[in-house]
Design a protein around this ligand. Structure first.
Ligand code: ADP
Ligand code: GLC
Length: 496
């Protein structure tokens, strides 16, 4: 490759235009990190209604026709110059497929959009056209970097071409497979020879995630531990066999965080700032603001009693059921207060609301999505709960560490790679930064919370723990260099 490596990054969500979780944070921050280490980056995503509403300067780059499910679509490629973006963003504009309210994947009633197979096949086809300069824009990619099932067909479609850019496919979450039936396969006009066990066929249907794994030149996932876990039947979702035979090209590369957006010294969502060197009064002021948000600032001791925060999708993956099972016991046995911000499955939302109504001074709940509140919880809580059953990488625990809010996590995936337990000795040695438990049950979690509360009661130990986390570096630079090495076909040595 000569000069700068040209990378087309294809992804289904990008902060701040559209975000349902950590994928959007990575969709923003990884391309920027690649740009900083010298790649020439373009990013492509569907022009969802919410994204168009926020897009700033925009021009039409090209018109094209793209094959959908038994029909052709007229598609425009929009180039967006967005404040905060170091390079142009390409949006795939097709009103029939993307101009809809709400979530990129789900209807307002919580069911998947029925034409998701078509919506993301069109995204994949346009990605390939842009990468190979089939639209004659004068830009051709050396590498296409696709992400999760929504872009899984990209490496597969590229593999059909005689001359093509290299493909890298990143798995952010193996539990979303992009599985569809044979009817869709034929209507989408996908190559017949893909209907095979060593291709995209999967239990009588086909899997877009499997397509990415099988056909990409390199497959990565977002932490070294998760790279191991997904090769086992416990975490492989039926794809462990394919992943095992792909082991030679599977790499675990830990996500970074955007250290500008998530910095307690400058965070635009906070009114009080602080740093590792000078935590107070900033941290305490955020705690006050957070307690006030939830009307939990009553009582003289409100500021003194430990405040435990949690932010996340309210689904089983995140262990919210364990928290719900343990909370009543925590209310009786401890003094701690809790704030939980999230949205997800209706029955978890409902149980949280009911519990908060019963214990308004002990539990504050916000059901919904609120970026400001997510930052305030990281800054204002004393400790952060993240008992995920599985966690490919997890960003929230890294945000917590940076904000001086030690995380309490189950030993899995990226949590195991970033959080080090405060067992005796480790705190003084400056190794420990949080609390890790091994028994996935309300009891295992309670045990870890008890240890965290006991540590909190010993200010010297607690401050040492907080300081270790705040002084760590979670930036992208190392991982971005690793991706660059992978793009260049150089050996990557971090996944064993
Ligand atoms: P996942 O991608 O599995 O949801 P991560 O920890 O990687 O988990 O990333 C979650 C991201 O989504 C974080 O930036 C977090 O702050 C954000 N987030 C999750 N739920 C909410 C919410 N209800 N309101 C605001 N931000 C949220
Ligand atoms: C997924 C995973 C999460 C990861 C994020 C970004 O949503 O669930 O663990 O941090 O992707 O890679």
């Amino acid at each position: 490759m000569h000069g700068k490596t040209r990378v087309l990054f294809s992804v289904s969500e990008i902060y701040p235009l559209v975000k349902t979780g950590g994928l959007a944070d990575v969709g923003y921050s990884l391309p920027h990190a690649l740009h900083r280490v010298g790649a020439e980056v373009r990013v492509v995503m569907p022009a969802y209604r919410v994204a168009l509403a926020q897009a700033q300067a925009m021009r039409v780059l090209a018109w094209t026709e793209v094959q959908g499910a038994g029909r052709m679509h007229n598609v425009r490629i929009l180039e967006v110059q967005q404040e905060g973006f170091a390079f142009p963003l390409w949006l795939v504009d097709c009103a029939e497929l993307y101009d809809r309210p709400g979530n990129p994947y789900m209807q307002p009633d919580g069911h998947d959009w029925p034409d998701n197979a078509e919506r993301f096949t069109v995204l994949a086809r346009v990605t390939v056209a842009l990468a190979t300069d089939a639209l004659e824009l004068g830009w051709r990619a050396d590498v296409v970097h696709a992400n999760d099932w929504q872009t899984g067909l990209v490496p597969a479609l590229l593999s059909e071409l005689p001359e093509r850019p290299k493909s890298v496919f990143t798995i952010h979450n193996l539990s979303f497979g992009g599985h569809f039936g044979p009817d869709q396969f034929y209507r989408l006009g996908l190559p017949r020879h893909w209907w095979a066990v060593d291709s995209v066929e999967f239990y009588g249907g086909f899997s877009m995630l499997k397509a990415g794994i099988v056909y990409a030149d390199e497959v990565t996932t977002v932490s070294p531990t998760y790279a191991h876990e997904i090769c086992t039947s416990d975490a492989g979702y039926g794809l462990q066999g394919v992943l095992q035979v792909s082991r030679h090209k599977l790499h675990g590369i830990l996500n970074g965080i955007d250290e500008t957006l998530w910095d307690p010294e400058t965070d635009v969502f906070l009114s009080a700032h602080y740093s590792a060197r000078r935590r107070q009064p900033g941290k305490a002021l955020n705690k006050q603001a957070l307690l006030r948000q939830f009307d939990m600032h009553g009582g003289e001791s409100a500021q003194q009693v430990p405040l435990v925060g949690m932010v996340g999708r309210l689904v089983e993956q995140k262990g919210i059921d364990l928290v719900l099972a343990a909370l009543p016991d925590w209310f009786t046995r401890t003094q701690a207060r809790f704030v939980i911000v999230g949205s997800g499955q209706a029955h978890f939302e409902q149980q949280l609301r009911e519990l908060a109504a019963l214990h308004p001074q002990r539990l504050g709940v916000y059901i919904g999505y609120d970026e400001m509140l997510a930052h305030l919880v990281e800054a204002g809580a004393d400790m952060f709960l993240m008992p995920s059953r599985f966690e490919p990488c997890g960003l929230n625990q890294m945000y917590s560490l940076r904000y001086g809010t030690p995380p309490i996590v189950y030993r899995t995936g990226g949590l195991a790679d970033t959080v080090f337990d405060a067992s005796d000795g480790h705190v003084d040695e400056g190794i420990a930064n949080g609390f890790v438990f091994d028994e996935l049950s309300p009891h295992g979690l309670s045990d870890a919370l008890d240890r965290a509360l006991a540590c909190y009661a010993q200010p010297r130990r607690w401050h040492a723990l907080v300081r270790t986390g705040m002084n760590q570096s979670f930036g992208w630079e190392h991982s971005a260099m690793t991706y660059l090495a992978l793009y260049h076909g150089q050996p990557v040595m971090m996944n064993e």
